[in-house]
Design a protein around this ligand. Structure first.
Ligand code: SAM
Length: 347
């Protein structure tokens, strides 16, 4: 959202006839991430979710200086996430829905992680130079999660936060009524499995993830009341064959963590494990063919550069990958916001 001043006529000096607005706006945009991450970590939106509060009360509750409180409220008002009301400041409807702790589908966990793992230009330059995940000082992120339960918990919370709303989109848009047993490869918190089990009463799901993540997934499954139909199982999608006995394999935000060659191996393993008629479902934020956006998904390439060995897929790359692996009837389905599935069946 832009404030009134952004809509005013801009004056450019004749000496510099090329407008600098797109460059300057891109440069300054990082402050938006910083402002919402700081506000989320400090609990500003949780405070304002209960209704409008006067400036002095916000300042004392947040424990910020007057200058700091004013600067944050002003910046967040300009972004549209804080709204000036007759009796003070309140949070916008989308800030309450997606920037508060504990709200279903909230992006709180994702945004909060920015405080510790902000995608800085320095991190990006390091990743470009090294061409490997640099987010934990060069350590393999999955090994780091295996060694440090707190890192695994924070990452899984962030992924849950990313995935809960799109999972509801997959559950609503993708017909899985013929599926009975779904293997959620690298299923993380189980956000997808939980949503799909809720939408398909005859479906059982197994979240197949590294040992450090399984107990965390179990907590999410219990909290969702899905223990009977969703469970976790520790495994290694590279060292092991996929477990047998599943008619559907889901890879949600897995392929984008790895190179195209490794992605092809993971899809080939799914093909080998599935019976004839079995389904594969890939869930990703896709880049449209011809690199024609959306911008938000093309920017995720940079997160993948810093965090993983992967990249975002283009629609045709994923379609071709499934077809080359032997899947038929491959189709792309938009599911929610920036999200899509590409799915197909083993002949
Ligand atoms: C980007 S997260 C995706 C989580 C979940 N599918 C979602 O969409 O919310 C990648 C997941 O892959 C898991 N993972 C990484 N290496 C793995 C391996 N070798 N075997 C099984 N799971 C793995 C991670 O622990 C993590 O939960």
């Amino acid at each position: 959202m832009t404030g009134p001043a952004d809509r005013q006529e801009r004056f450019n000096p004749g000496r510099f006839p090329i407008d600098d607005q797109r460059v300057y706006d891109a440069y300054i945009a990082g402050r938006k991430s910083a402002a919402i991450a700081a506000a989320v970590r400090a609990g500003l939106f949780d405070l304002l979710a209960g209704g409008a509060l006067p400036f002095d009360r916000i300042q004392s509750e947040m424990g910020w200086s007057r200058r700091g409180t004013r600067s944050m409220l002003d910046a967040l008002t300009a972004m549209g996430f804080v709204v000036i009301a007759a009796d003070g400041f309140s949070a916008s409807a989308d800030a309450v829905a997606y920037l508060t702790r504990g709200a279903e589908g909230s992006l709180w966990g994702l945004v909060d992680m920015e405080v510790d793992s902000f995608l800085s230009p320095a991190a990006l330059l390091e990743a470009l130079a090294k061409d490997k995940a640099t987010v934990y000082g060069g350590e393999d992120p999955w090994k780091a999660h295996g060694a440090d339960p707190e890192k695994a918990r924070a990452f899984t919370a962030a992924m849950h936060s990313v995935s809960e709303r799109p999972a509801a989109g997959v559950a609503e848009r993708l017909d899985l009524s013929a599926s009975r047993r779904l293997l959620d490869v690298g299923g993380g918190s189980g956000a997808l499995s939980i949503a799909l089990a809720r939408a398909n009463p005859e479906l059982e799901c197994v979240i197949w993830d590294i040992p450090a993540v399984c107990p965390i997934a179990d907590e999410y499954v219990r909290a969702a009341g899905c223990e009977g139909r969703v469970r976790s199982e520790a495994g290694d999608m590279f060292a092991e064959d996929y477990p047998a006995g599943f008619d559907t394999v889901l890879l949600s935000q897995i392929l984008h963590d790895w190179s195209f060659e490794t992605g092809a191996e993971l899809v080939a393993k799914a093909f080998a494990a599935l019976p004839p008629g079995g389904r594969i479902v890939i869930h990703e934020k896709l880049v449209e063919d011809g690199d024609s956006g959306p911008l938000a998904n093309q920017l995720v390439h940079l997160d993948m550069l810093v965090w993983t060995e992967g990249q975002q897929y283009r629609v045709n790359e994923l379609t071709e990958l499934l077809e080359r692996s032997g899947f038929a009837g491959v189709e792309r389905l938009r599911t929610a916001g920036y999200w899509s599935v590409v799915h197909g069946a083993k002949p």
